[in-house]
Every structure is written in C-alpha cells, then in structure tokens.
Design a protein around this ligand. Structure first.
Ligand SMILES: Nc1ncnc2c1ncn2[C@@H]1O[C@H](COP(=O)(O)OP(=O)(O)O)[C@@H](O)[C@H]1O
Ligand SMILES: [Mg+2]
Length: 505
C-alpha cells in the first residue's frame, strides 16, 4: 500500500462533513449506476427527473418532460408504491414494479428534513428488463405466479362447482366440461372432437395423446359427460402429482386397520369413488412400473385389491387415460409395459397442438377473454388486430394453457380494455419466449394447417379412413345425396358406398 502523503486528498475532519460527503457520493453513485431516478415532494408531485429516467417517459405515455413534471406520481406511474413511502416514512429497499412500461426492480427512499420529518421521496429504477438481467429470479417469480394463478383458478372453479352441486342438491363428482367447451372449428379441432364423440359412445378405454395444455383433460370431462355414464361420478388422478409411494393406496384404497397408522375405517381408493362412472388417469406415462402391473391386473380381472386386504373387490368403472409423453417410445425403451399400453390404446385420440390449428386462435382468445371477464366481473378485453396477429403467429409450446396465461397477464396489466401487440411482446419476453412473427390472416393459415406434415404421423389406416370419409361427404354433397351418382364419381360400387355410409370405419 502506498504511504499516505500530505498531498493525498483528505477526508473532512468532522463527522457531519463525512456524512454529507457520503450522502452526496451515494446519491451520485445511484444516479449513475441506476437506470433512472426521480423525486416527489410531500404531496406526491413529481418535482425532478434525472436524465436516465427520461427514456421511460415514452413507454409511460409521455412525449415530453413538461407533461410529466408537476403531476401526481400515481397518475403518471401506474402501480407505483411511492405514496405509501410518503405516508409511512418507511423505505422500500427493493420491489418489483410492473406497469405498461414493463417490469422494473425499484427502490423507494423517503427524504427527511433536519428535524427528521418526511418531506418527499426518491424513486430509483435499479434495473429495467429484469427478465434479462435477473433471469433466474424472474423466471422463478413467473413460475410461482403461474402456479398461484392455477391454484386460484382451481379454487374458483371448485367453489363454483360446489355452489352448482349445492343448488342441484347433490354432492356428486361431476364433470365440468362438455364438448361445447372445446373451442375450435379448424379441420384438426373438428377431427379430434369427432374422434372424442365417437369414443364417448363406446365403453372401451380411451387414450388421449397430445402435448401439455392441448385440452386432454377438458376432453376427458367432455367424453364422460357425453357417455352413458354421465349420471355417475367423474374422478381423476394426476399420476405425476402423487408420490409413487402413495399411488397404490390412492388407486385401490386401504382396508380398515391395514397397517399401523392406517385409519380404523380404511379409505376408499379412486376406483371405488368412481364406481358407476369414469376414472381419468392423467399423465399415465408417469406411472411407476410396479403400479403398471397392478393396474393391468385390475383391468384384466375387473377387480381390485385394497391395500392390506386379501379380498378382491369388483369395480364398475370406465377408464380414460391421458399422457403428454410419447408412450409408444416408452414402450420401446422398456419403461411402459407393452401389455398395459395395448389395453389402453384401444381408442387413441390425438389432440393436436395449438400451432397445428392456428385458425382457432381468434375464437379461443375471445372465449378465454370472456371467461376472464366473467370471473373478474369486468367487461371482456378488446384484443387489437396487431395483438391478434401476434398471438396467431406464436409457436405456443404450452398450447392453450400458455395462451390463457398470456391473455390473463395482459388483462391484469393493461389499464384500459384493450390489449395491443407491444404489451404482448413484453409479456412473452418476460416469460423467456422470443416473440415469433405475427400472422395477419388466420384464414390463410387453414391452408397451411392442412399441409402441416405432423398430421401424417399417425396410423395410415386412420388417415385413409379419414380421407375416404371426406371424399364421400364431398361427393354426396355435390350430388345432393344421390348415392348412385356419388358411387359413380368416386369409382366405387354402390355396395361399397352403402357399406361406408353405414359403418364409416
Ligand atoms: N379447445 C379448447 N377450448 C377452450 N379451452 C381449452 C381448449 N383446450 C384447452 N382449453 C383450456 O386450456 C387449459 C389446458 O387444458 P387441459 O385440458 O388441462 O390440457 P392438458 O390436459 O392437455 O394439459 C384449460 O384451462 C382448458 O380449459
Ligand atoms: Mg393436463
């Protein structure tokens, strides 16, 4: 360390002088490293804005500093917490502020006079775009927020259901969706609804396959509601959400006094609770091997064995299952039992990803917006055309669940009724998604959808049958239902045509 010399700049000698110097240094430090600062007086009026802060003004809706200065802070900075700092005199050292200009990490510090009374406050934007600078923290926050939203929604719908059930005078477990709840009229949506409707007429197990958020659970409810078991209970188990060690008891129940700690009365399993109705096994691809064996046995025998009992109990339950995993690949890798796979794969229903039915996006957005409005008691949001085009162009890896989250956030954050593209881009970026190019005309994408090659990645027999059905329907329509002309045009015998019309598969 160099020796201190007489000409080294000296600290002030008195304590007051040191404090003043420190305060000044800190002020300049904050002023230069932060993204922006401003001051309000005791009444909450903006009295000063530094250079850095001025670049937020356009996003806050101001084109000049003059319009901003002298206004009340909450009038010009939506959702700000400055007022509270003025009122309590307590600083907020760190907070996340979200408004139409984005999400910011901010500090709010009261200013006091010599006597210690609050005379104003200083607002500091420590980081803008925390989604990039504080990525891990923010994604954790976004995740928690999403979980919270999901939990709130679930709670609200349970409340609604119990109100409906109470009004109907029964405490039964009912399904909450019907086919009418499945929004979409694109070819892909129409086809999946047709398959699901057909499945509802059957008594065999149904296997719903598709990415997460595509509507598998919704369809399971709808299949139950349209089936002959609609009067019975609809019970679902999310296999991925129950610890492996508890699954067996959850499925098959526990006999009275089966083991130390088990309740003396025993406990009913989901098979028992679903008696006379439908049991929905969600995320079946996550089922541990030991339970796969037991489930297979139960399905083969039509009987279950509650934990700790050695009696077999017959059950009367229709099984629906769903998975977002590639179950066939899991079978090949030896992670899912082949025999169980074939037992469940009787009526597979492939639910298309949202990106394969982009033309449904406007209708979905409208319906999701209406749902939100109903829940919040507000008028439905108006999605401006640039925003709709942006929504139509996204890849939607999380499908309709992701679309709903984005709309929900946009509604929460926008001050007026309308949602524009800039807002949505910010929300997507904050969730770590780089926005894809907008698609102006969703009716044009219907053509592209028809050419989406993933449509062809399923059994050929199914595709041929679908094509035959469409060709017959088109020819019948063109010939006003005249079967002879239809058969002639399609180059098939009348007997073949009759056969197809009676038994379309
Ligand atoms: N076709 C659709 N129309 C309207 N809402 C849908 C549709 N498909 C899915 N949703 C909604 O999207 C969310 C995710 O659907 P869900 O059935 O849970 O998907 P999955 O089980 O495939 O993960 C739910 O809130 C559901 O109501
Ligand atoms: Mg699901």
């Amino acid at each position: 360390m160099p020796p201190l010399t007489d000409d080294a700049p000296a600290l002030p000698l008195d304590a007051q002088g040191i404090l003043e110097l420190a305060a000044r240094s800190m002020f300049y430090l904050f002023s230069s490293v932060s993204q922006g600062m401003f001051l309000v007086d005791l009444s909450g009026r903006i009295v000063w804005v530094n250079e850095g802060y001025q670049r937020f003004l356009p996003d806050l809706g101001f084109s000049s500093l003059d319009q901003f200065l002298g206004r009340m802070v909450e009038e010009v900075i939506p959702n700000t917490g400055m007022r509270r700092v003025l009122e309590t005199g307590n600083p907020v050292l760190i907070d996340l502020l979200t408004n139409k200009a984005g999400t910011f990490v901010v500090s709010r510090i009261p200013l006091r006079d010599d006597g210690g009374s609050v005379i104003g406050a200083i607002g500091i934007v420590l980081f803008d775009h925390p989604e990039t600078t504080l990525q891990p923290l923010i994604s954790k926050f976004a995740l928690l927020q999403r979980d919270l939203d999901d939990a709130r929604r679930e709670l609200a719908s349970q409340r609604r259901r119990s109100l409906v059930a109470a009004a109907a005078g029964d405490g039964e477990r009912r399904s909450k969706y019907t086919f009418a709840s499945f929004i979409g009229s694109s070819p892909a949506a129409a086809e999946v609804k047709r398959q699901a409707r057909r499945a509802a007429q059957s008594t065999s197990p149904v296997l719903l396959l598709g990415e997460t958020g595509t509507g598998k659970e919704l369809l399971a409810h709808a299949i139950h509601a349209a089936s002959s078991r609609a009067g019975g209970p609809f019970v679902s188990v999310n296999i991925a959400a129950v610890p492996d060690t508890l699954l067996e008891a959850e499925f098959f129940g526990v006999a009275p006094g089966a083991y130390t700690g088990a309740s003396a009365k025993g406990r009913d399993g989901k098979f028992k609770l679903a008696d006379g109705g439908t049991l929905f096994l969600d995320e079946i691809g996550d089922m541990p091997q030991s339970l796969q064996a037991k489930l297979l046995r139960a399905l083969q025998e039509g009987e279950i064995e509650p934990l700790g009992s050695n009696k077999l109990v017959p059950f009367n339950v229709r099984i629906l299952a769903a998975t977002s995993r590639d179950l066939a690949a899991q079978v090949r890798e030896g992670r899912f039992r082949e025999d169980l796979f074939y037992r469940l794969h009787v009526l597979p229903v492939r639910v298309p990803p949202l990106r394969a039915r982009r033309s449904d996006i406007p209708a979905l957005v409208e319906s999701l917006g209406d749902d939100l409005a109903l829940r919040n008691g507000t008028p439905p949001p108006e999605v401006l055309s640039d925003a709709m085009a942006l929504l139509a162009g996204q890849p939607w890896r999380g499908n309709i669940r992701e679309l709903r989250n984005v709309i929900e956030q946009a509604v929460m954050r926008s001050e007026g009724q309308s949602i524009d593209a800039a807002q949505l881009e910010r929300i997507l970026r904050e969730a770590g998604v780089e926005p894809a190019a907008p698609v102006q005309d969703t009716s044009a994408v219907v053509v592209a959808e028809a050419e989406d090659e993933s449509r062809y990645l399923r059994p050929l027999a199914e595709q041929v049958a679908e094509l035959e059905r469409r060709a017959i329907a088109a020819a019948m329509k063109a010939h006003g239902g005249n079967k002879l002309a239809t058969a002639r045009q399609l180059g098939i015998s009348r007997a073949t045509l009759y056969g197809r019309l009676e038994n379309p598969e």
